[in-house]
Design a protein around this ligand. Sequence first.
Ligand SMILES: [Zn+2]
Length: 109
Amino acid sequence: MSELIPLLAELAGTEGTRRGFVPVPNGWPGVPTEFVPTFVAIHAVGWRAAQAHWEIVVARVLDTDIVKPNVSGELAIRRAVRASALLLNKMARQGRCPICPQAAMANSR
Ligand SMILES: [Zn+2]
């Protein structure tokens, strides 16, 4: 199933306007246009880590009730992508990623 998860580069394939929610030509409506640049920016090690973490989150969301078991294929992916993008965008704007090791936890000892 994970091969169906779109690449961050695909999600970023917009005209790059600043309106926020611009439909992506490839068909990813509801994904904020600032999501990809913001999410990639918080990954100091770069694009590949961001891509890996994106796939982990989408795969997890696919396993939750957000995506109903009786919805399959493309629709399930679309729902998971949109939900994941909104969640990660909110966290990324605070400089956080749910998959990255938390700096605060590493320093807590
Ligand atoms: Zn991360």
